[in-house]
Design a protein around this ligand. Sequence first.
Ligand SMILES: Nc1ncnc2c1ncn2[C@@H]1O[C@H](COP(=O)(O)OP(=O)(O)OP(=O)(O)O)[C@@H](O)[C@H]1O
Ligand SMILES: [Mg+2]
Length: 187
Amino acid sequence: MQKPEFHPEIFAELALDDMAAVKDFAARFAPLLAACDVVALDGGLGAGKTTLCRAIIQARGYEGDVPSPTFNLVQIYDPSPNSLRENPNVPTIWHMDLYRLEHPEEAFELGIEEAFDTAASLIEWPSKLGPHLPAGFLTLRLEICEITDQNNGQNNDQNNIGRKLSLIGDRVWQERLKPVFKKDFIS
Ligand SMILES: Nc1ncnc2c1ncn2[C@@H]1O[C@H](COP(=O)(O)OP(=O)(O)OP(=O)(O)O)[C@@H](O)[C@H]1O
Ligand SMILES: [Mg+2]
């Protein structure tokens, strides 16, 4: 059977210049996450991928520690009873950091098929999955940049170094995110 075509494009940009901006994005984004969503975190070393995933997981109602999965490769977050009471469809979240993966096939040992079939996946270093990254994913691309807007980054303690976040996805993701992120859309 022929695979459906997948045409991702950059459709929105936001300045995430301090933790307040990261948390604000996460608060808007997290409620939209559903089972079977695959979200690829793109960005170099120290770009802020783990920080953004942590904020999204916490915004989804998880109250415990959210450590970086650098060593375990995968951390799994089941929804809290409170968030389930609010919305019975809150997904389990798999947070993965695949930097240490040497071959894409090793990902199967981590259980990625279960993640893709039943949970929402947040994946740092998604290129490590090679051909096993399912089409239809959303990319959150983080780039380190200078803060140019004086209204941003008021609580930034990193000498005016902030983050630009680009949202990259196909029309399905664009339609899903538009109601919440319309003002951040590029056109
Ligand atoms: N939006 C942001 N604004 C300012 N500082 C940030 C932001 N996001 C992350 N940081 C800071 O940048 C540093 C690196 O963040 P983080 O560990 O999240 O990056 P990463 O992309 O996951 O790195 P790695 O490639 O090692 O996995 C941390 O000190 C964090 O506090
Ligand atoms: Mg990280």
